[in-house]
Write a protein that binds this ligand. Structure first.
Ligand code: MN3
Length: 207
């Protein structure tokens, strides 16, 4: 049984970057539904039992039934992606990364501004629903990418790359407040990114 991550802040705490109604709907409806649907799918293939969500997404080809595989891809991705998203935002976020993560950003993107430019472009430029990602590998390298739907780098690279921060660019993540102007939402999210938390995920991927 997979469980949604507990929010460390109130639904209205990320305002004005992310409005309360969007947060309530996103966490209690969208994310809850992905989680419930993932848990239902788990019963349909014994390979899925006892695995972490990372193992499931990296090894998805082991699910032989196409309908079950699609259900796990969409809902397992939705479960994982939103856990990461909600866990790496904070009302006391913003600012810039520090320490090892900051050094890796400088190495791979030139500067924090370089990272922001590339990540924003990936998120804003993703056609339709999906995500913009900052990912890492075991060597500590960083890369920017984007995925359609609820796909993510773990699924796309069979676990070689793992996201350490993601920007949800499905319309449900921003439309109530920003309407069609995705770029304004992407700009505003930098005020609530918890870079210390992102650094924790970075440390975990490096192992
Ligand atoms: Mn979402």
């Amino acid at each position: 049984m997979f469980k949604q991550i507990n929010l460390r802040y109130d639904f209205n705490a990320l305002e004005p970057s992310i409005d309360e109604l969007t947060m309530v709907t996103h966490y209690t409806k969208h994310h809850a539904t992905y989680t419930n649907n993932l848990n239902s799918a788990l019963e349909k293939d014994s390979w899925l039992s006892g695995k972490t969500i990372e193992e499931i997404l990296a090894g998805l080809d082991n699910v032989k039934d196409e309908a079950v595989r699609t259900a796990v891809r969409n809902n397992g991705g939705g479960f994982y992606n939103h856990n990461l998203y909600f866990d790496t935002l904070s009302p006391s976020g913003g600012g810039s990364p520090k320490g090892v993560l900051a050094a890796a950003i400088d190495k791979d993107f030139g500067s924090f501004d370089g990272l922001k430019e590339k990540l924003s472009a990936a998120a804003v430029g993703r056609f339709g629903s999906g995500w913009g990602w900052l990912s890492a590998n075991k060597n500590g390298d960083l890369k920017i990418s984007s995925s359609p739907n609820q796909d993510n780098p773990i699924l796309e690279t069979k676990g070689e790359w793992s996201p350490i921060f993601g920007i949800d660019v499905w319309e449900h993540a921003y439309y109530l407040k920003y309407k069609n102007v995705r770029a304004d939402y992407v700009k505003a999210i930098y005020d609530v990114i918890d870079w210390e938390r992102v650094a924790d995920y970075y440390a975990k991927v490096r192992g």
